[in-house]
Design a protein. Structure first.
Length: 250
Protein backbone atom coordinates (compact mmCIF):
# COMPACT_ATOMS: atom_id res chain seq x y z
CA UNK A 1 0.00 0.00 0.00
CA UNK A 2 1.20 3.57 -0.53
CA UNK A 3 2.98 5.04 2.49
CA UNK A 4 3.26 8.82 2.54
CA UNK A 5 6.60 10.48 3.15
CA UNK A 6 6.24 11.98 6.61
CA UNK A 7 9.88 12.95 7.13
CA UNK A 8 9.81 16.64 6.20
CA UNK A 9 8.20 19.43 4.20
CA UNK A 10 4.69 18.82 5.50
CA UNK A 11 1.97 21.47 5.74
CA UNK A 12 -1.00 21.06 8.07
CA UNK A 13 -4.20 23.09 8.31
CA UNK A 14 -5.87 23.05 11.73
CA UNK A 15 -9.28 24.71 11.75
CA UNK A 16 -10.34 26.60 14.86
CA UNK A 17 -6.75 26.58 16.10
CA UNK A 18 -6.60 29.82 18.07
CA UNK A 19 -7.55 28.26 21.40
CA UNK A 20 -8.51 25.10 23.25
CA UNK A 21 -8.06 21.74 21.55
CA UNK A 22 -7.17 23.34 18.22
CA UNK A 23 -4.37 25.36 19.80
CA UNK A 24 -2.98 22.28 21.55
CA UNK A 25 -2.99 20.37 18.26
CA UNK A 26 -1.27 23.23 16.46
CA UNK A 27 1.47 23.43 19.10
CA UNK A 28 1.94 19.66 19.09
CA UNK A 29 2.27 19.42 15.32
CA UNK A 30 4.57 22.42 15.32
CA UNK A 31 7.01 20.48 17.51
CA UNK A 32 7.29 17.76 14.86
CA UNK A 33 8.57 20.11 12.16
CA UNK A 34 5.27 20.32 10.31
CA UNK A 35 4.43 23.77 8.94
CA UNK A 36 1.21 24.71 10.73
CA UNK A 37 -1.57 26.85 9.30
CA UNK A 38 -3.47 28.28 12.26
CA UNK A 39 -7.02 28.88 11.05
CA UNK A 40 -9.27 31.25 12.98
CA UNK A 41 -12.61 32.95 12.42
CA UNK A 42 -12.82 35.81 14.92
CA UNK A 43 -9.72 35.92 17.14
CA UNK A 44 -6.67 37.12 15.17
CA UNK A 45 -4.72 38.10 18.29
CA UNK A 46 -5.04 34.61 19.76
CA UNK A 47 -4.19 33.00 16.41
CA UNK A 48 -1.04 35.10 16.07
CA UNK A 49 -0.08 34.18 19.62
CA UNK A 50 -0.27 30.50 18.67
CA UNK A 51 1.88 31.21 15.61
CA UNK A 52 4.44 32.99 17.78
CA UNK A 53 4.54 30.10 20.26
CA UNK A 54 5.19 27.62 17.47
CA UNK A 55 7.96 29.80 16.03
CA UNK A 56 9.49 30.29 19.49
CA UNK A 57 9.77 26.51 19.84
CA UNK A 58 11.62 26.29 16.51
CA UNK A 59 8.65 25.50 14.29
CA UNK A 60 7.08 27.22 11.31
CA UNK A 61 3.54 28.57 11.23
CA UNK A 62 1.25 31.28 9.94
CA UNK A 63 -2.36 32.30 10.56
CA UNK A 64 -5.19 32.33 8.03
CA UNK A 65 -8.69 33.69 8.56
CA UNK A 66 -11.73 31.72 7.35
CA UNK A 67 -15.20 30.88 8.58
CA UNK A 68 -15.19 27.23 7.54
CA UNK A 69 -18.99 27.08 7.40
CA UNK A 70 -18.82 29.33 4.32
CA UNK A 71 -17.75 27.78 1.01
CA UNK A 72 -16.17 30.98 -0.32
CA UNK A 73 -14.09 31.36 2.84
CA UNK A 74 -12.91 27.77 2.63
CA UNK A 75 -11.94 28.10 -1.03
CA UNK A 76 -10.03 31.28 -0.23
CA UNK A 77 -8.26 29.54 2.67
CA UNK A 78 -7.11 26.62 0.53
CA UNK A 79 -5.92 28.90 -2.28
CA UNK A 80 -3.95 31.03 0.19
CA UNK A 81 -2.24 27.99 1.71
CA UNK A 82 -1.37 26.53 -1.69
CA UNK A 83 0.09 29.87 -2.78
CA UNK A 84 2.23 30.15 0.37
CA UNK A 85 3.17 26.51 0.95
CA UNK A 86 2.61 24.75 -2.38
CA UNK A 87 0.95 21.70 -0.88
CA UNK A 88 -1.39 20.52 1.88
CA UNK A 89 -0.54 17.22 3.54
CA UNK A 90 -2.58 17.26 6.74
CA UNK A 91 -6.04 18.57 7.58
CA UNK A 92 -7.42 18.61 11.10
CA UNK A 93 -11.10 19.57 11.15
CA UNK A 94 -11.41 20.92 14.66
CA UNK A 95 -13.56 24.08 14.47
CA UNK A 96 -16.81 23.74 16.36
CA UNK A 97 -19.38 25.45 18.56
CA UNK A 98 -22.15 24.56 20.99
CA UNK A 99 -25.54 26.18 21.40
CA UNK A 100 -27.17 23.97 23.98
CA UNK A 101 -30.83 23.73 24.87
CA UNK A 102 -33.62 21.22 25.15
CA UNK A 103 -34.98 20.19 21.76
CA UNK A 104 -38.49 21.49 22.42
CA UNK A 105 -37.05 24.96 23.06
CA UNK A 106 -34.26 24.94 20.51
CA UNK A 107 -34.44 27.71 17.94
CA UNK A 108 -33.98 26.65 14.31
CA UNK A 109 -31.11 29.11 13.98
CA UNK A 110 -29.30 27.43 16.90
CA UNK A 111 -29.71 24.07 15.17
CA UNK A 112 -28.52 25.43 11.85
CA UNK A 113 -25.50 27.34 13.13
CA UNK A 114 -24.14 24.28 14.95
CA UNK A 115 -24.74 21.96 12.00
CA UNK A 116 -23.28 24.49 9.56
CA UNK A 117 -19.98 24.88 11.41
CA UNK A 118 -19.52 21.47 13.04
CA UNK A 119 -20.61 19.29 10.12
CA UNK A 120 -20.88 21.31 6.92
CA UNK A 121 -17.54 22.92 7.75
CA UNK A 122 -15.90 19.49 7.84
CA UNK A 123 -17.50 18.63 4.49
CA UNK A 124 -16.36 21.88 2.86
CA UNK A 125 -12.77 21.67 4.13
CA UNK A 126 -12.42 17.99 3.30
CA UNK A 127 -13.78 18.50 -0.20
CA UNK A 128 -11.51 21.49 -0.79
CA UNK A 129 -8.27 19.79 0.31
CA UNK A 130 -9.18 16.51 -1.39
CA UNK A 131 -8.43 17.99 -4.81
CA UNK A 132 -4.82 18.58 -3.81
CA UNK A 133 -4.39 15.38 -1.80
CA UNK A 134 -5.82 13.20 -4.56
CA UNK A 135 -3.31 14.67 -7.01
CA UNK A 136 -0.48 14.18 -4.52
CA UNK A 137 -1.67 10.63 -3.78
CA UNK A 138 -1.03 11.21 -0.11
CA UNK A 139 -2.59 13.00 2.83
CA UNK A 140 -3.94 12.54 6.31
CA UNK A 141 -7.21 13.93 7.59
CA UNK A 142 -8.38 13.86 11.19
CA UNK A 143 -11.85 15.03 12.18
CA UNK A 144 -12.54 16.04 15.76
CA UNK A 145 -15.88 14.55 16.72
CA UNK A 146 -17.14 13.88 20.27
CA UNK A 147 -18.32 11.04 22.48
CA UNK A 148 -21.62 12.95 22.51
CA UNK A 149 -21.96 12.00 18.84
CA UNK A 150 -21.81 8.36 19.90
CA UNK A 151 -23.90 8.29 23.08
CA UNK A 152 -26.03 11.45 22.79
CA UNK A 153 -26.57 14.00 25.53
CA UNK A 154 -29.71 15.74 26.80
CA UNK A 155 -29.74 19.39 25.82
CA UNK A 156 -27.29 18.89 22.97
CA UNK A 157 -29.40 17.49 20.12
CA UNK A 158 -27.80 19.85 17.60
CA UNK A 159 -24.25 19.23 18.80
CA UNK A 160 -24.74 15.44 19.04
CA UNK A 161 -26.28 15.31 15.57
CA UNK A 162 -23.41 17.31 14.09
CA UNK A 163 -20.76 15.12 15.71
CA UNK A 164 -22.55 11.89 14.76
CA UNK A 165 -22.61 13.23 11.20
CA UNK A 166 -18.86 13.79 11.36
CA UNK A 167 -18.38 10.11 12.19
CA UNK A 168 -20.42 9.02 9.17
CA UNK A 169 -18.59 11.49 6.96
CA UNK A 170 -15.24 10.20 8.24
CA UNK A 171 -16.03 6.61 7.37
CA UNK A 172 -17.44 7.45 3.94
CA UNK A 173 -14.53 9.64 2.90
CA UNK A 174 -12.05 7.10 4.23
CA UNK A 175 -13.50 4.56 1.80
CA UNK A 176 -13.49 7.04 -1.09
CA UNK A 177 -9.91 8.27 -0.57
CA UNK A 178 -8.11 5.08 0.48
CA UNK A 179 -7.09 4.08 -3.04
CA UNK A 180 -5.08 7.32 -3.33
CA UNK A 181 -3.15 6.80 -0.12
CA UNK A 182 -5.20 9.27 1.94
CA UNK A 183 -6.25 8.25 5.44
CA UNK A 184 -9.28 9.74 7.19
CA UNK A 185 -9.86 9.16 10.88
CA UNK A 186 -11.73 10.79 13.75
CA UNK A 187 -10.82 11.52 17.34
CA UNK A 188 -13.72 11.64 19.79
CA UNK A 189 -12.85 13.63 22.91
CA UNK A 190 -14.73 13.06 26.12
CA UNK A 191 -15.10 15.95 28.52
CA UNK A 192 -12.03 18.13 28.04
CA UNK A 193 -11.24 21.20 30.13
CA UNK A 194 -11.75 24.10 27.69
CA UNK A 195 -13.80 27.30 27.49
CA UNK A 196 -16.53 25.25 25.79
CA UNK A 197 -16.98 22.93 28.79
CA UNK A 198 -16.34 25.24 31.75
CA UNK A 199 -20.08 25.72 32.43
CA UNK A 200 -20.80 21.99 32.78
CA UNK A 201 -21.65 20.38 36.12
CA UNK A 202 -18.35 18.75 36.98
CA UNK A 203 -19.43 16.35 39.73
CA UNK A 204 -22.15 14.63 37.69
CA UNK A 205 -19.86 14.19 34.71
CA UNK A 206 -16.89 12.96 36.74
CA UNK A 207 -19.03 10.14 38.12
CA UNK A 208 -19.42 8.86 34.54
CA UNK A 209 -15.68 8.89 33.81
CA UNK A 210 -13.88 5.73 35.00
CA UNK A 211 -10.53 7.54 35.22
CA UNK A 212 -12.20 10.10 37.47
CA UNK A 213 -10.89 13.28 35.88
CA UNK A 214 -11.44 15.61 32.95
CA UNK A 215 -9.10 15.42 30.00
CA UNK A 216 -6.87 18.22 28.78
CA UNK A 217 -6.43 19.60 25.26
CA UNK A 218 -2.99 18.00 25.26
CA UNK A 219 -4.62 14.58 25.76
CA UNK A 220 -6.27 15.10 22.36
CA UNK A 221 -3.26 16.63 20.63
CA UNK A 222 -1.09 13.54 21.14
CA UNK A 223 -3.42 11.09 19.37
CA UNK A 224 -3.91 13.60 16.54
CA UNK A 225 -0.14 13.89 16.14
CA UNK A 226 0.09 10.09 15.93
CA UNK A 227 -2.65 9.80 13.30
CA UNK A 228 -1.28 12.63 11.16
CA UNK A 229 2.52 12.29 11.35
CA UNK A 230 3.54 8.87 12.64
CA UNK A 231 4.47 6.29 9.97
CA UNK A 232 2.94 3.63 12.23
CA UNK A 233 -0.50 5.14 11.56
CA UNK A 234 -0.28 4.67 7.80
CA UNK A 235 -2.48 1.55 7.92
CA UNK A 236 -5.22 3.15 10.05
CA UNK A 237 -8.20 4.69 8.27
CA UNK A 238 -11.93 5.05 8.83
CA UNK A 239 -11.54 4.70 12.59
CA UNK A 240 -12.91 6.64 15.55
CA UNK A 241 -10.55 6.89 18.50
CA UNK A 242 -12.31 7.69 21.77
CA UNK A 243 -10.15 9.78 24.09
CA UNK A 244 -12.54 10.02 27.00
CA UNK A 245 -11.16 8.50 30.20
CA UNK A 246 -13.23 5.37 29.60
CA UNK A 247 -16.68 6.96 29.28
CA UNK A 248 -17.58 5.05 26.12
CA UNK A 249 -16.52 1.44 25.86
CA UNK A 250 -17.75 -0.57 22.91
Amino acid sequence: MPSPDLTSNQTAIITGASRGIGKAIALELGKTGVEVVVNYSNSPEQANQVVNEIKASGGNAYAEHANVSLEDDVDRLIKAVLQKSGHIDILVNNAGITKDGLLMRMKPEDWESVINLNLTGVFLCTKAVSRTMLKQKRGRIVNITSVVGIMGNAGQANYAASKAGVIGLTKSTAKEFAARGITVNAVAPGFITTDMTKELEAETILNAIPLGCFGTPENIAGPVRFLTTDPSAAYITGQVLNVDGGMVMS
